[in-house]
Design a binder for this molecule. Structure first.
Ligand SMILES: Nc1ncnc2c1ncn2[C@@H]1O[C@H](COP(=O)(O)OP(=O)(O)OP(=O)(O)O)[C@@H](O)[C@H]1O
Ligand SMILES: [Mg+2]
Length: 337
């Protein structure tokens, strides 16, 4: 048994767009241990879902090129056929998405959908009804018999997300990938779903990849955080370390742009500019520097090391920018160190 349930090395993903390959992920290396929650954060378009889809083998093979290595419990996933992937997807890897309504079948009762997820991988599963009800109970549904008889549209958003989690857990996965699992939910329900995810982590010892925009969710749930920008990881650290000692200017900007860090009366900071289009991503540079208006072209265009630098215990940073303006507020001119 591998301690690292997921281990990805130098994963690059390119999409064929108008006949041309454009890189969306460049040499991503992340790993997740059993029982660990790794949060993946970064603005819209940074490549978070692309990484999740690569792990689950969900990209259209004709339109997408995936290179590098992704192992699940030591087994290589890159290059598997659809049929081979079926041994992992929904079995050893469970998935939870933002919008359960689009992932659930509107015409099938909840109980049938959960049974189907179990039977697909174990035709002779004993006592299906009991198993379904146990799963629904496990995700905090107090009237499992009734819910099993209902259709998705009869349930609230929070209940539907619980059902999705029950399906994700149905085959006791080693890894759970949750892509924005609480974004569509209001704060109270969000907290309940996060508690549930944490409970699963403890009970099942599964590794969890949690994709979120919400740094509050990260602080509450994650053990480790990987910060993505323009298809690369720019910083990774244990959660307390990342919040206490962010190094990369992008991480610092994200933390500063977090609404929960704003005192009453203070204006909410927004990072200027946007993530570059795929065709404009030159991954030999620190691409975030383009968004700091006062930096000179020489600094912005400097080539940087491919490897992340080790800056502390389990703390890694990309590029040198953080050394140059360690105490500099990236938004304001003239605060040079
Ligand atoms: N199938 C695809 N074909 C072409 N481009 C794609 C495809 N999937 C994703 N992309 C592009 O790859 C980049 C990363 O997208 P991705 O969906 O991974 O971002 P994300 O970090 O998950 O964003 P969000 O927070 O909005 O969900 C974007 O520029 C997106 O347009
Ligand atoms: Mg996404």
């Amino acid at each position: 048994m591998n301690e690292k349930i997921l281990d990805s090395k130098n994963v690059s993903v390119s999409f064929r767009i108008n006949g041309e390959l454009q890189t969306a992920l460049h040499k991503i290396s992340v790993s997740i241990k059993r029982g660990e929650v790794l949060a993946l954060v970064g603005e819209s378009g940074s490549g978070k879902s692309t990484l999740a889809m690569s792990i689950m083998g969900l990209h259209n093979a004709e339109q997408t090129e995936v290179t590098g290595s992704i192992t699940l419990d030591g087994h290589e996933l890159i290059g598997l056929t659809e049929r081979q992937f079926d041994q992992y997807r929904g079995v050893r890897v469970g998935m939870i998405f933002q919008d359960p309504l689009s992932s659930l079948n509107p015409l099938m009762k909840i109980g049938e959908q959960i049974s189907e997820a179990i039977v697909v991988h174990d035709k002779n599963a004993p006592n299906l009804k009991g198993h379904v009800q146990r799963l629904l109970t496990d995700v905090g549904i107090i009237n499992p018999k009734r819910v099993a008889q209902q259709y998705p549209h009869e349930l609230s958003g929070g209940m539907r997300q619980r059902v999705m989690i029950a399906i994700a857990l149905s085959n006791e996965p080693d890894l759970i990938i949750a892509d924005e699992p609480t974004t569509a939910l209001d704060a109270t329900i969000q907290a309940q779903i996060l508690d549930l995810i944490k409970e699963i982590q403890l009970k099942k010892n599964a590794g969890i990849l949690l994709i979120t925009h919400d740094l509050g969710v990260v602080a509450e749930t994650a053990d480790t955080v990987a910060v993505m920008y323009a298809g690369q990881i720019v910083e990774q650290a244990d959660v307390e370390e990342l919040f206490a000692n962010p190094k990369h200017p992008y991480t610092r900007s994200l933390l500063r742009a977090d609404p929960s860090n704003v005192s009453p009366g203070e204006e909410l900071y927004a990072i200027s500019g946007t993530v570059p289009a795929l065709k404009d991503m030159d991954h030999s540079k620190d691409l975030f520097l383009q968004r700091i208006p006062w930096l000179s072209d020489d600094v912005v265009n400097a080539t940087i090391d491919e490897e992340l630098e080790v800056v502390g215990d389990n703390h890694f940073v990309r590029g040198n920018a953080w050394k140059t303006f360690e105490f500099l507020d990236v938004t304001e001119k003239g605060h040079a160190k």
